[in-house]
Design a binder for this molecule. Structure first.
Ligand SMILES: [Zn+2]
Length: 299
């Protein structure tokens, strides 16, 4: 019964202000998620950050992850599968290649939400002193016990940073958080004076333009675009050193004087300008129909 379409999830959160700019005004861009469950998403009037209109508290989110997440996403039903690992190893190589020009010799690197640890493993092989933390216990214990990596089983709030770092990386983690600004500032507190933060997240503007509400789901509490990710850094005194604006969005941040906040917000508004509930609905049906026909003819 719980997965019946057009019904609410058993956990429902409360309205919140924009987790980055603090503005309370927003517009609904979709009433549903990709399973046709009622899960309204809105877009901030000031900075266009997409968020769950009713945000779960950290406690509720933890409950969701422990009870429902594995059923909702079959691929996390157990520890990491060989397919998962193969994919992550390939992604880790691509990410290291992007980061490499900015690394000094023997850097101290922390992977924030490191999953099964493939990026840490690769960094170690390339001469870094690499470690990480991961709240999912199956993945954290795999990284620690099977791979022998330095991984703490915890979330960012409880992570104990013993020495200052040169780089913090976070790949596809920040879209799962309820308070990304606090988490980002915490990560800065772990850095050396010239430390870098490399964040990669799905670009929600691209995802909505491709799949409509088929790109929305319970686990992604926040949807960034190219500029709302820059804005996250700007509120914390960090500026882009390099931007990888592909289907996903990646930014390597360094400390610096950010562009005026209004300028970044205005860029973000432009990026999400044509995203509204009508367009998001229409795009879902268009994408689904094309996918269905694609499958039918692909024998
Ligand atoms: Zn905002």
């Amino acid at each position: 019964m719980k997965n019946l379409p057009f019904t609410k999830y058993s956990l429902t959160g409360s309205p919140v202000a924009c987790p980055i700019c603090g503005n309370v005004k927003s517009k609904i861009i979709s009433k549903y998620d990709r399973r046709f469950k009622i899960l309204p998403h809105s877009k901030c009037d000031e900075c266009s950050l997409v968020r769950h209109e009713f945000m779960l508290s950290d406690e509720q989110l933890a409950e969701y992850y422990s009870k429902n997440y594995r059923n909702d996403y079959q691929w996390v039903n157990s520890g990491p599968t060989s397919n998962h690992i193969k994919k992550r190893v390939s992604e880790a190589k691509t990410r290291l290649n992007k980061l490499r020009p900015h690394l000094k010799k023997y850097p101290k690197v922390l992977d924030f939400g490191c999953g099964s640890g493939e990026f840490i493993d690769l960094m170690q092989d390339s001469g870094a002193l690499a470690s990480g933390f991961e709240p999912g216990n199956l993945y954290a214990s795999y990284a620690r016990e099977q791979k022998g990596l330095d991984v703490q089983n915890c979330g960012w709030e409880n992570y104990e940073c013993k020495e200052k770092l040169d780089v913090v990386t976070a790949f596809h983690v920040f879209e799962h958080l309820t308070d990304p600004l606090k988490a980002f500032k915490k990560a800065i507190s772990w850095l050396n004076v010239n430390g870098l933060i490399y964040i990669e997240v799905p670009n929600m503007a691209n995802a909505l333009k491709l799949k409509g509400f088929g790109s929305l789901h319970m686990a992604h509490t926040i949807g960034f675009g190219r500029y709302s990710l820059e804005l996250l850094g700007a509120y914390s005194g960090m500026v882009p050193l390099e931007v990888f604006d592909e289907f996903d969005i990646g930014i390597i941040f360094k400390k610096g004087q950010p562009r005026p906040l209004d300028e970044i917000k205005s860029n973000s508004i432009d990026e999400f300008n044509d995203i509204n509930s009508k367009k998001v609905n229409k795009q879902f049906w268009l994408y689904s129909t094309l996918k269905l026909f694609g499958k039918r003819f692909k024998v």
